[in-house]
Design a protein around this ligand. Structure first.
Ligand SMILES: [Zn+2]
Length: 303
């Protein structure tokens, strides 16, 4: 009996040693887009969780206390930055009391540091005026070139924290870029339909997407990022859109579409609702699918 227990214990011990679980890096991200790219690069060497959901407005995530526990044991905390998470991140990090993921810690990853940021304000911007992009536009993941930058940043960080698996992170990252490049080739006919076409966007979240696709945003429903459209602003949007020949309003599922519908009716056009993030709708479970579906939907609306 003793020998059998001994054998069982030995079997369990070797099983435990063979499982990578014990050594897996624990990664927590603020958004599902960072989450998906982290798991593409980390593969089964990491466990990844995310705080915000793709169907939520990323500026106003309600961070539940349960997230403190995830951060307490995390090796990496990766976030969009540019103050997108400013409303709740300091509170969660204080509660987590985990020096690895605090500013200056080895696992504190402000992803925006790897990105050429658009719309960086000149001079002082007062957040009390309602502008939710005080440090520049944080919606950078909607350009696949930035998707690559995010993947390389994760590869570098995971390799730094887990040296022995450097080669595997490198291989995973290369494979992700290859899949993205293949997808990009398939986007070419859609991009040709989008390039140069005028549109109205609800929020400036489509800025990086427009840079990449060549779609021309001629007006925003919001007078400034985070401020809902007023009647006088809507009047200007209709005027500018008519001048530019724009007929389509692009917006996220979580914004009210009453004003957008009004604008579209006046222009004889339509409102296109598309997800800005992984999981924003059921059919976009990963980053490459998100980009593919959004590009196809915009191309169809602008044809
Ligand atoms: Zn925004």
């Amino acid at each position: 009996m003793i020998r059998r227990i001994g054998a069982l214990a030995f079997a369990l011990a070797t099983l435990g040693a063979a499982r990578p679980a014990a050594a897996q890096l624990k990664v927590v991200t603020s958004t599902p887009d960072l989450y998906d790219i982290a798991r593409q690069v980390g593969g089964n060497l990491v466990t990844v969780t995310h705080i915000g959901e793709g169907y939520q407005d990323p500026h106003f995530i309600e961070a539940k206390p349960s997230f403190v526990l995830q951060l307490r044991s995390a090796d990496v905390w990766a976030f969009v930055g540019l103050d997108l998470e400013i409303g709740w991140m300091p509170l969660l990090l204080d509660g987590a009391r985990n020096p690895r993921v605090r500013p200056g810690g080895s696992g504190y990853v402000d992803v925006s540091k790897a990105i050429p940021v658009l719309d960086v304000p000149q001079g002082n911007v007062d957040r009390s005026m309602g502008d939710v992009h005080p440090l520049g536009n944080p919606h950078y993941w909607l350009d696949p070139e930035n998707g690559r930058r995010i993947a390389r940043l994760f590869k570098d960080k995971f390799s730094q924290l887990d040296r022995k698996n450097e080669d595997r992170y490198e291989a995973n990252e290369k494979a992700f870029e290859a899949r993205l490049s293949t997808a990009e080739k398939s986007w070419a006919p859609y991009l040709a339909q989008i390039r140069g076409k005028p549109v109205i966007a609800y929020h400036t979240s489509w800025r990086y997407f427009a840079e990449y696709t060549g779609m021309k945003i001629v007006a925003y429903m919001e007078p400034k990022p985070g401020v809902p459209p007023s009647p006088s602003h809507v009047y200007e949007v209709i005027r500018d859109a008519k001048q530019a020949g724009a007929k389509v309003v692009i917006q996220e599922p979580f914004y009210d579409r009453k004003m957008s519908d009004l604008v579209a009716r006046n222009l004889g056009g339509a409102v296109l609702v598309v997800p800005p993030s992984v999981g924003g709708t059921k059919d976009v479970p990963d980053y490459i699918t998100l980009m593919t579906k959004d590009i196809q939907a915009v191309a169809a609306a602008l044809r």
